[in-house]
Design a protein around this ligand. Structure first.
Ligand code: ATP
Length: 358
């Protein structure tokens, strides 16, 4: 069992504004008192008993921490410290000030494929490192791809949220049906044994969206989306892909492959001509092709709207659950997982952890 610092985090860090919220808690800006350096503190409630649905179980938090300790790479969020205080765990993470990559891109008027590739390359480098250690992220989506500092000339990608990540032991058979429908690989939906290749499917979906502003398998509801993924039918519609290079389409085609053994690995991707052109002609094609910004902006605006909508819904449920309680301090740090979910939900495990942007 991992031992975390038993001291009160507030003795070492000043707790500041909320940076974001997840299913299991809040992420807040924290400032180390001794160095005056900013970090992000991820506050997660620990589940009290196995039958409770409140908070996250200690075992999975320990796994997330162990994995983060193993992943020291410039494109992966760095974990500095972990505190355990009362029934709460606080992960002190490197502060990522540049926001989400998709928001950064959506602010632009024009983006060449070659510029988008500089970000893709960093994501793939982070993944190559992670997969080289037999660790899969299993929750790759735009919300989990951030930028360290967007005012820098070449902002650095940081992959965040290792809550679903898994480290494979030799010959281990691992299954998991959690994630966000539109980014899930078919083998996840089918509850088949998983490998790091599931992440590569998500990279295929993210690249398709980045280029066109369309989500390849998005249906009118989650069930429809999951069926679309299983059918693995997608197209490069002319009206959305008119400025896309054939290399970009070829890159996506090598990732959105149903058979996970046939998919490109992160290493393969880094050698694909779209990422690493060999000829001048290939290089020139990337500089002539561009992202469909109009459609991308629309996708991102809708994504943000859905996130806000889900946040309001979550707050309403919290408010209902806390009505009558006078404990305002604990209310401040509440999260969705603090509320026993009384809604009737379909049996599908997938629905237990639908993303805020699903
Ligand atoms: P989810 O419900 O998506 O699994 P979670 O509870 O695991 O979320 P995170 O995804 O790690 O939490 O963080 C939630 C949000 O907090 C992020 O979307 C991001 O906006 C913000 N955030 C997380 N880590 C950092 C960081 N290191 N620096 C700045 N902001 C961060």
């Amino acid at each position: 069992m991992a031992v975390f610092k038993p001291e009160n985090v507030e003795d070492f860090y000043e707790i500041g504004e909320i940076l974001g919220s997840g299913h299991f808690g809040q992420v807040r800006l924290v400032c180390e008192r001794s160095s005056r350096t900013n970090y992000a503190g991820k506050f997660v409630k620990i589940r009290k008993s196995a039958c409770s649905r409140l908070g996250q179980d200690r075992g999975s938090l320990e796994r997330e921490v162990e994995i983060l300790h193993l992943l020291q790479h410039p494109n992966i969020i760095f974990l500095k410290d972990v505190f355990e205080c009362r029934a709460e765990l606080v992960l002190i993470l490197e502060f990522v000030s540049g926001g989400e990559l998709f928001d950064f891109i959506a602010e632009k008027e024009v983006l060449l494929e070659s510029e988008a590739i500089t970000f893709m390359k960093q994501i793939l480098e982070g993944l190559r490192f992670m997969h080289g250690k037999n660790i899969a992220h299993f929750d790759l989506k735009p919300e989990n791809i951030m930028l360290s500092d967007k005012s820098a000339p070449n902002p650095t990608i940081k992959l965040i949220d290792f809550g679903l990540a898994h480290r494979f032991l030799p010959d281990e058979e691992y299954k998991c049906s959690s994630g966000t429908p539109q980014y899930l690989a078919p083998e996840v939906i089918n509850s088949e044994p998983l490998t790091t290749a599931a992440d590569m499917w998500s990279i295929g979906v993210i690249t398709y969206i980045l280029i066109s502003g369309l989500s390849p398998f998005q249906g009118d509801n989650d069930d429809e989306t999951l069926l679309n993924v299983l059918a693995t039918k997608y197209e490069f519609y002319d009206q959305y892909f008119s400025n896309t290079s054939s290399m970009a389409k070829g890159f996506i085609d090598r990732l959105l492959v149903k058979d996970s053994n046939e998919r490109m690995t992160a290493e393969d991707c880094l050698h694909h001509p779209w990422i690493k052109p060999i000829t001048r002609k290939q290089m020139a094609r990337r500089n002539r092709s561009s992202i469909n910004m109009k459609s991308f902006k629309r996708f991102n605006a809708r994504r943000k709207w859905k996130m806000s909508y889900n946040m309001v819904r979550m707050c309403n449920r919290l408010f209902q659950a806390c009505k009558g309680r006078s404990d305002s301090d604990s209310l401040q740090r509440q999260c969705e997982s603090d509320v026993e979910d009384t809604e009737t939900k379909p049996a599908s495990l997938l629905r237990r952890r639908l993303s805020s942007s699903s």
